[in-house]
Design a protein around this ligand. Structure first.
Ligand code: PLP
Length: 505
């Protein structure tokens, strides 16, 4: 809760909202609305006898006191949540150019399919005979993801990108171990997403950083010097986090494979290459995908996500299980021969899978190709529009996103990337990603996504141009932004370290 206030408020979609919905009255917490004995629902007498919890639950497992839950009426609860929603910014409200996060608009039909009782009301422990449709859906989704990535088989268990990374690295470890040659080191470019080194460490490997060259791409010479017989593999994001396509990928792959290592593809944001090129064609052995970024699963507020992992033929026997497999009598669950085991208690965030499958069917093969074209076109257009406004440090054409730098502006006017981002909120947009990747000073990482119209992308360009021009003329306005939102600047360190869950006037 502590870090949330910076996201609260903000008018939507480039159209400044004239007045806050409920004036400036602060919203109380749900605990402050609580009144002893008040209930959202009550049930009629059922005739079913009430059990004493002490008779049902073994001694020692029962909390000494019931939890202190808020006691509110349904009416107060709905009003409270609706008021909070009206103060928040979301993909349904307007553009959300948060680089590396792919905050695109998610079609509503995915809400309909994922709420179908036949899917939503199943229990994951039901016998396979009773849930054939579910197993069929999962097998079909695995198949589509393999076609999109050029891989042989997939697991749908990982519940997030980071968990997909861990799964992929455990597969890498199991594969080397099975060959009797365990290896210790994993190479990662210095532009990588922070979860990459974290996953490598969690999987028991050592991180070795590969530098980025002047093009913004993997430094091939440096890579040559780092690849040896102790390297388990290389983790790569392509397009990388600068939004640039690693054009030396074939050579990179042959270097790593030549030394007996594996190639891991961080496919969290796959929108730039859908239907254009597949990680499998580039030489990758393991791929994770973020269904919650690329394939229409909403992920504001932290989930539920889904990070399937697809692998090349030689890694299939090691996949987590059980997996849905089709036989003469229909689908059954099967654990692969040399499986690394479960990495989720059940079958992943199942309803997120339904959303992604719906989106894939709706979009179709040629539609996916248009997704890629739109994502790249929007990003390139915005980058060209901002070339004279902010520094764009690398010259290669960008893919679905690009990174600009406010370093010069900071030197000249004392205005930081953070200030520009906060001021951008007042223009009616969600801010871009800031201070990532770490190799760009005062970074603003911008991904318009393919779901924004040319008019919206142009409005974003104009808004950023205004914000930067204003900052050059007078840095003070940006320093205190946002002023038109329910919550202005927050002390982010205090917000993270000292949670204050109660509103105090
Ligand atoms: C978002 C992202 C991840 C991590 O995904 P989570 O679902 O947040 O764990 C990994 N790599 C890249 C490039 C990402 O953008």
């Amino acid at each position: 809760m502590g870090a949330v206030p910076e996201l609260l408020g903000g008018p939507g979609g480039g159209q400044a909202r004239s007045a806050p919905v409920l004036g400036d009255r602060p919203e109380p917490t749900v605990f402050e609305l609580s009144s002893p004995g008040r209930r959202a629902w009550s049930f009629r007498e059922t005739g079913v006898p009430e059990w004493d919890p002490e008779e049902l639950v073994p001694a020692g497992h029962l909390a000494p006191e019931p939890p202190a839950l808020p006691e509110v009426s349904e009416r107060d609860l709905v009003a409270h949540v609706t008021r909070l929603t009206a103060r928040n910014y979301s993909v349904d409200l307007g553009a959300y150019p948060l680089g590396s996060c792919t905050m695109k608009y998610n079609p509503k039909v995915c809400d309909v399919t994922s709420a179908l009782p036949a899917l939503a009301r199943c229990h994951p422990a039901q016998p396979a005979e009773q849930v054939q449709g579910w197993l069929g859906l999962m097998a079909a989704l695995e198949d589509v993801l393999c076609r999109v990535t050029g891989m042989a088989a997939a697991t749908l268990q990982p519940a997030a990108g980071a968990q997909g990374e861990l799964t992929g690295l455990l597969l890498m470890r199991a594969w080397h171990a099975a060959r009797g040659r365990p290896r210790r080191r994993v190479l990662i470019p210095d532009s990588a997403h922070g979860t990459n080194p974290a996953s490598v460490t969690l999987a028991g490997f050592e991180v070795v950083e590969v530098p980025t060259d002047r093009r913004g791409l993997v430094d091939l010479e440096a890579l040559r010097g780092l690849v040896d017989e102790d390297v388990a593999g290389l983790m790569l994001t392509n397009p990388n986090t600068l939004g640039l396509f690693e054009t030396d990928i074939v050579e990179i792959a042959s270097l790593v494979h030549g030394a007996g290592g594996l190639l891991y593809y961080d496919g969290a944001n796959l929108n730039a290459i859908l239907g254009v090129v597949r990680p499998g064609d580039m030489g990758f052995d393991i791929v994770h995908l973020n269904l919650h970024k690329t394939f229409a699963v909403p992920h504001g507020g932290g989930g539920p996500g889904s990070g399937p992992v697809a692998v090349a033929e030689r890694l299939v026997p090691f996949l987590p299980g059980p997996r849905p497999v089709e036989g003469p009598d229909g689908f059954r669950w099967e654990v692969p021969e040399r499986s690394i085991g479960r990495i989720h208690s059940w079958h992943g965030n199942a309803l997120a899978l339904v959303r992604a499958y719906t989106y894939l069917l709706l979009t179709g093969g040629d539609g996916l190709r248009r997704v890629a074209d739109g994502a790249v076109l929007n990003a390139r257009y915005l980058r060209e529009r901002l070339r004279d406004v902010l520094d764009v440090p690398y010259d290669e054409p960008c893919m679905h996103e690009f990174v600009a730098s406010a370093a010069a502006l900071r030197r000249e006017a004392g205005v930081r990337a953070l200030d520009l981002a906060k001021r951008f909120i007042e223009e009616g947009f969600h801010p871009p990603t800031m201070y990532f990747p770490l190799i760009v000073d005062e970074a603003l990482m911008i991904e318009p996504t393919e779901t924004e119209s040319p008019q919206t992308v142009e409005a974003m360009a104009e808004a950023l141009t205004r914000v930067v021009a204003e900052a050059r003329a007078d840095g003070s306005a940006a320093a205190s932004a946002p002023r038109t939102t329910p919550v202005g600047r927050v002390d982010e360190v205090q917000a993270a370290k000292r949670l204050r869950l109660r509103w105090e006037p």
